[in-house]
Design a protein. Structure first.
Length: 110
């Protein structure tokens, strides 16, 4: 199981327009997300949020992960699907896209 994130924007049509950004990462890292971003209970709580608002939460979570890497590495999944380093890189990629399109909406699916 994994989490998928798309960024969309309402252009006034019947459906939002997908901005072409797609993010996917294993749900095995949920404990890391929840610890790093408790205000939204991880990524799931960002569903429907404006990307600019989510960027601040992501930046704080990334900072926490970088400040205490051993605490987050301890949450690496035992099954080897996902890890601290991979998760950190993917969160940084998501943050960059949120900053690029701050008025977009985040759509999270599991």
């Amino acid at each position: 199981m994994s989490y998928d994130i798309d960024l969309t924007i309402d252009a006034g049509g019947p459906e939002p327009i997908n901005l072409g950004f797609y993010w996917n990462y294993t749900s095995n890292c949920v404990p890391m997300w929840r610890r790093a971003m408790p205000v939204t209970d991880g990524l799931a709580g960002m569903d429907g949020m404006q990307a600019g608002e989510a960027a601040a939460i992501l930046a704080a979570g990334i900072s926490a992960m970088k400040a205490y890497p051993d605490e987050y590495r301890a949450l690496n999944p035992e099954n080897g699907w996902g890890d601290f380093e991979g998760q950190l890189a993917e969160l940084e990629r998501l943050l960059a896209e949120c900053r690029r399109a701050p008025r977009a909406r985040i759509e999270v699916s599991r």
